[in-house]
Ligand binder design. Structure first.
Ligand SMILES: [Zn+2]
Length: 162
């Protein structure tokens, strides 16, 4: 694999594991390259067959290849993941289809560390929403304060209010 091909792959997957979503910066390293159709099962060493993924997901997926079965691993870019898998409030993944159930089980996508990771991300997003709301409220209060201060100044100076 040429360096520019690896760079293109990292960009295509947003520097994240295609299967579980952890980012390079979460693991503090670049991730691995999975052959979606394993080379041992006739898969080609070509960009179209590459999935950028973390080491554990790569290991768990192994040489799984049963594309015509409902028991198959979903492709992060070609399959509509949300038709098969739903993330729940507690950070765990729930299968919506038989394929989703197989995908979750094969890749161990409900491993405790991933559930904790998703829960943390949800808390962070909620905290960001709260912060955005508070900043908006603060801006509105500052505007009211400016208006009231200006009125007060006029009252003190005895000039008619504008
Ligand atoms: Zn992963």
């Amino acid at each position: 694999m040429r360096q520019e091909q690896r760079e293109a792959l990292r960009h295509r997957f947003g520097f994240r594991c295609g299967y579980c979503g952890v980012a390079e910066r979460d693991v503090g390293a670049e991730l691995t390259v999975d052959h979606f159709q394993p080379r041992s099962r006739g898969g080609l060493h070509e960009p179209d067959n590459w999935v950028y993924c973390c080491h554990p997901c790569n290991e768990f997926k192994g040489d799984c290849w049963q594309p015509d079965s409902s028991q198959r691993v979903l492709h992060p870019l070609r399959d509509a993941m949300d038709l098969h898998v739903a993330e729940q409030d507690d950070g765990s993944l729930r299968a919506l289809t038989e394929t989703g159930a197989f995908h979750i089980a094969r890749l161990h996508l409900n491993r405790p560390q991933l559930i904790a990771y998703r829960r943390e991300r949800r808390l962070l997003e909620a905290a960001r929403d709260t912060q955005a709301g508070l900043l908006e409220r603060l801006a509105s209060l500052e505007e009211q304060l400016r208006t009231l201060t200006s009125k007060l100044d006029h009252l003190r100076s005895g000039e008619p209010e504008i």
